[in-house]
Design a protein around this ligand. Structure first.
Ligand code: PLP
Ligand code: COI
Length: 340
């Protein structure tokens, strides 16, 4: 393999053109055979439902080069299942799991030279998405759909990698409401979070921490990741109807139990911020990002001093990334080797 000529150790989390993407169409009631193409652009009808009424959902997962040079994806089937959940909630045609997994495999194979080298700290980020493409002006579900997968090599989501970031609790702007679609990867959820995120970044924070929209009493999540905290050897993470069910979070909860920690998935009152010893963000892009401090109104709570992540956050990060990169055994069968 002739690896792409990139500075893999210093990649940003950004789009970089790769060799191929995969397209599958749902037309006349059936999914087409997958098309592998190098074309980056799409020709769509201007009245496509995705543009006007937001039938657009996506997923995010990663592929890693293992020490033996083979490539593995992490929990791709869970992404396939979650995309089905998103589709069902937005009345879109669910992509069959096997169609999803086949397209993911094809995109990795076609972009093998862009998979970052083992231990470079980078990975191949895989972005499946589905959009409603029927021309409509009435508000109704699309009949036809396009499911696509592209891939791009990425470095850390937060510039400094495994270095603590600062979060701002947002009380004025809601990302999602309990009866809404916050538990889906609907594109509109991310549009809804932009205003708060851009404002927080201007004030020097990396991300926003949203509260539940109904009472503003409980911690929900960030715009791009779940939230966790540690207290008395207990891993605590919010349960809420308006957050995305993070695959990283589910994996880390399992690893936390294996490490002898207690795990609590429950409503987390914002007052508890004062009592946490460590805090962090969880997600495919964020992996585990330690939180340095959280600002809530006039108060600032500090969880990582001198840029040092806490011991439990560090141990969980090392365990998770060792499994993802193939350094450690994979006791739960989370990783799947992509055939060459
Ligand atoms: N929450 C939101 C809003 C996200 O966009 C993501 C990213 O996918 C996550 C949480 C983390 O989910 P996962 O760990 O499955 O990537
Ligand atoms: C992911 O972690 O895969 C995400 O989708 C988060 C983000 C880049 C929006």
């Amino acid at each position: 393999m002739d690896r792409a000529d990139l500075d893999f150790a210093h990649l940003p989390f950004a789009y970089h053109k790769t060799d191929a993407n995969v397209r599958v169409f749902f037309r006349e009631g059936a999914w087409s055979a997958p098309e592998v193409t190098s074309e980056e652009y799409l020709t769509l009808h201007m009245a496509s439902v995705c543009f006007h009424y937001g039938q657009a959902i996506f997923e995010g997962l990663k592929a890693y080069e293992r020490p033996d040079g083979r490539v593995q994806t992490f929990r791709a089937r869970e992404n396939a299942r979650r995309m089905r959940h998103s589709a069902e909630k937005l009345l879109m045609e669910p992509v069959p799991e096997e169609v999803f997994l086949d397209a993911v495999q094809r995109v990795v194979q076609a972009n093998r030279r862009f998979v970052p080298p083992h231990a470079s700290g980078a990975s191949l980020y895989i972005r499946p998405f589905e959009i409603g493409v029927s021309a409509e002006v009435g508000v109704k579900p699309s009949i036809d759909y396009l499911f696509m997968v592209f891939a791009t090599p990425v470095g850390p989501y937060y510039k400094a990698g495994f270095t603590p970031v600062r979060l701002l609790v947002q009380e004025e702007i809601d990302r999602a409401a309990p009866g809404g679609v916050g538990d889906t990867k609907a594109a509109g959820n991310y549009a809804a979070s932009l205003r708060a995120t851009v404002a927080a970044k201007k004030q020097g924070y990396s991300e926003v921490l949203y509260l539940d929209a109904r009472e503003k009493r409980y911690i929900d999540e960030s715009g791009s990741s779940n939230f966790f905290a540690v207290r008395d050897r207990t891993f605590i993470t919010p349960a809420s109807p308006s957050i995305l069910r993070s695959i990283t979070n589910a994996s880390v909860r399992r690893l936390a139990l294996d490490m002898g920690l207690s795990v609590e998935e429950r409503p987390v009152a914002v007052e508890e911020l004062a009592s946490f010893e460590e805090a962090g963000a969880l997600g495919t892009a964020a992996i585990i990002t330690p939180v340095e401090a959280i600002t809530y109104g006039e108060q600032e709570f500090v969880y990582a001093k001198d840029g040092q992540a806490g011991p439990i956050t560090t141990a969980l990060y090392e365990r998770l990334t060792a499994i993802q990169t193939g350094e450690a055994e994979d006791p739960y069968g989370w990783c799947e080797v992509v055939p060459d």
